[in-house]
Design a protein around this ligand. Structure first.
Ligand SMILES: Cc1cc2nc3c(=O)[nH]c(=O)nc-3n(C[C@H](O)[C@H](O)[C@H](O)COP(=O)(O)OP(=O)(O)OC[C@H]3O[C@@H](n4cnc5c(N)ncnc54)[C@H](O)[C@@H]3O)c2cc1C
Length: 437
């Protein structure tokens, strides 16, 4: 059933009962079919509970999504790597699906102003990176938290590049906005894995058996009555419990409300876990124009001294993926896809020659900040607020639970955090379903 926006809004405002959606009432409604929602659903189903996942998009996977058609190789528009593979909870998805992880991005080539850095600069870059970690560890011994930008102050171009790999190109925020505690909570990157079909494609296969109502946006969770209601753009659903997995950008900017209202501490937690921005520009060329080994990771500063990060010849194709983050990603999103494409082309042309400019065959530019169901790439705590993740994770009004990458105390920002939080919220919901009311 479709309702006009006006009628829908007037019904929500007036608290009018919307028509019920779907037949039998599930034990648990899960809002969002990303990794967190799918993990929660699968865990509840394994415990013989009935679930319905309600998803605003017309696909599952959320911020894990692969474009398998445009380039002839899988392009992950969102999550791509399983980092810290020895301990990452998301490795369970690969195990469940019998998929072998592929070790990824071992070596980096460094370019400054279009020329490869001399050997001694590689050694110095490594030392800068090691010193940076030590400085951040020391900073946390002296104070509970501090913006990374106060600890890491670049004195020369190589330091600027190394620190960009901590801030915009790793965390999706500038160093001054980055919490040292939130950054240092993350386990070491290595070993880093990718999956041959693309991580998004794997997640879509893994979640395929979960019952999902697609194209249905939840606007309000109401736990004031006997059942918990999920008011959606397609009508109303009810269940014994609800798990909310939408990104903090959606919780903050909605439209997404709760009755009763979330506590002030919970609202503050959402405000202090804003969305970082990290985007990708994928390009393919008509013939071989990039002289580099397959899958080479290239980082550097272009002639304008802007930092960049790229993978060239992914899957041994005549292609490249260029990554942008933080303030620069925001600016490029504002300027439009043409600007992001121009940035990527010129960073590559400085290194591999201007010939590639005339040979662009296909391109794709992500714009996660403009995506209404993500509103950014992942949550990063503001300085002093790393502990807000566990506040966000707490249940609301007994039967409304929170999952999603932003709620995980260790693996936040990543697929591993989404997965672990989904399992945690499923356990919390099971405890309520088993309890007498
Ligand atoms: C460009 C980019 C690169 C990344 N790279 C990596 C990486 O290499 N490795 C890694 O581990 N992580 C990476 N991440 C982060 C990773 O994608 C996320 O941490 C993870 O996918 C989040 O899963 P989630 O289930 O918490 O949220 P989501 O995947 O966002 O799922 C939430 C779901 O809720 C839906 N939704 C939103 N609003 C509503 C509503 N009102 N009603 C109903 N449904 C709604 C959304 O459509 C979405 O499907 C990357 C992210 C981006 C954007």
């Amino acid at each position: 059933m479709t309702l006009s926006r006006r009628l829908f809004l007037s019904m929500v405002m007036a608290g009018t009962a919307l028509p019920a959606l779907g037949a039998a009432e599930p034990d648990v409604i899960i809002v969002g079919a990303g990794v967190a929602g799918l993990a929660a659903a699968r865990a509840l189903m394994a415990a013989n509970k009935s679930v319905l996942v309600v998803e605003a998009r017309d696909r599952i996977g959320g911020r894990a999504v692969t474009d398998s058609t445009t380039f002839g190789f899988p392009f992950d528009l969102g999550a791509q790597w399983i980092e810290a593979g020895r301990t990452n909870p998301a490795m369970a998805i690969l195990k469940e699906m019998n998929v072998r992880p592929v070790p990824d991005r071992q070596e980096q080539a460094i370019y400054i102003g279009g020329s490869e850095a001399p050997k001694e600069e590689y050694a110095r870059f490594e030392k800068i990176a090691i010193d940076a970690s030590r400085k951040l560890v020391d900073a946390l011994k002296k104070a509970p938290d501090v913006p990374v930008g106060r600890v890491l102050v670049a004195q020369d171009p190589l330091e600027r590049l190394a620190y960009a790999m901590v801030g915009p190109l790793e965390s999706g925020v500038e160093l001054g906005e980055l919490s040292t505690r939130d950054f240092m909570r993350q386990p070491e990157r290595e070993p880093q894995y990718s999956v041959p079909e693309g991580l998004g494609a794997l997640v879509a296969r893994w979640g395929a058996k979960v019952p999902v109502k697609l194209g249905t946006r939840v606007v309000r969770i109401d736990s004031t009555g006997g059942q918990v209601l999920a008011v959606t753009t397609n009508g109303q659903l009810s269940a014994k419990a609800v798990i909310v997995t939408v990104p903090t950008g959606v919780l903050a900017n909605g439209p997404f409300g709760f009755a009763p209202q979330l506590s002030a501490t919970k609202r503050e937690a959402i405000a202090q876990l804003p969305m970082a921005l990290y985007n990708k520009v994928a390009l393919s060329f008509g013939r071989k124009v990039i002289d580099a080994p397959a899958g080479r990771s290239v980082i550097g500063l272009n002639r304008k001294q802007e930092a960049f990060d790229a993978i060239v010849r992914p899957y041994n194709r005549d292609a490249a993926i260029v990554f942008v983050g933080g303030a620069q990603a925001r600016q490029l999103e504002e300027e439009g896809t043409g600007a992001a494409l121009a940035f990527a082309m010129s960073a590559l042309a400085e290194i591999y020659g201007n010939d590639l400019r005339g040979l662009l065959a296909r391109s794709s530019v992500t714009r996660w900040g403009k995506d209404p169901f993500a509103r950014g790439s992942w949550s990063m705590a503001t300085p002093g607020n790393a502990d807000k993740r566990s506040v966000l994770a707490q249940p609301h009004h007994d039967r409304v639970f929170f999952a999603g990458e932003a709620t995980d105390p260790v693996w936040a920002t990543r697929v591993g955090g989404a997965y672990a939080s989904g399992l945690r919220a499923a356990r919390e919901a099971l405890a309520v379903l088993g309890a007498k009311r």
